[in-house]
Design a protein. Structure first.
Length: 217
């Protein structure tokens, strides 16, 4: 397989976008009214052979914004205890400012033009992140405003299943239902799934386009 300069290869691979894997946990389904309670992001890197891996995962517990709606069913589903003394939540603006700075640095390091969100059912996560960014009046949101890479769709193509836990199982990725529904864990597993799909395609000779591909291997 041909070797490439790592940073240039990653920049070229996704038309200048840096894929950043995100997961959010929320107080409901409405991004405009419901609280953003947790956010995590996995920063990716690529070696000279085009193999994608996780470089770092950062996560934040977030204080509900004033008058935010929080459904009890959402807390029951995620297991988030808003009264826990160990939660160490911080304001949205603090968490997002720190996260966006980390992402912008990764974009710069990899010679990319901007970040593109990777998530499972990605428009849900993007909607909450965009609303929180607007609410906090953060002008330098590093993510593309509407383009995403959705691992539910990609997993349906690659592994024949769209549910995160099942797709991970088929891909040979350990997945704990007990640990699921925390932003940090789900971002980690979504990133492992995304890397698995991209790397599987790469080993088939799928990029750069024009390489000879032997589908009988």
């Amino acid at each position: 397989m041909t070797n490439f300069e790592s940073s240039t290869f990653l920049a070229d691979r996704f038309r200048g976008f840096l894929p950043v894997v995100v997961d959010v946990e929320t107080g409901g389904f409405n991004a405009k009214t419901d609280a953003l309670l947790e956010v995590a992001a996995a920063i990716l890197s690529m070696d000279g052979n085009g193999i994608l891996s996780i470089s770092d995962v950062v996560s934040y517990h977030i204080e509900p914004f004033p008058n935010a709606n929080i459904e009890e069913a959402a807390l029951d589903f995620t297991g988030i205890d808003l009264e826990s003394g160990n939660r160490e939540a911080e304001p949205e603006v603090s968490a997002l400012t720190d996260l966006f700075q980390i992402i912008r640095q990764a974009v710069k390091t990899n010679d990319c033009t901007r970040a593109v969100m990777v998530a499972h059912n990605a428009h849900f996560d993007l909607g909450f992140m965009n609303e929180a960014s607007d609410r906090c009046r953060i002008k330098r949101n590093p993510f593309h405003p509407f383009t995403v890479m959705d691992t539910a769709t990609l997993a349906g193509l690659a592994y024949g299943h769209t549910v995160l836990a099942k797709a991970c199982e088929i891909a040979g990725i350990d997945f704990s239902n007990r640990k699921a529904h925390s932003a940090a864990y789900d971002a980690q597993k979504t990133a492992e799934l995304f890397c698995s799909i991209v790397n599987r395609w790469q080993t088939l000779g799928g990029w750069p386009l024009g390489q000879d591909i032997d589908f009988k291997k």
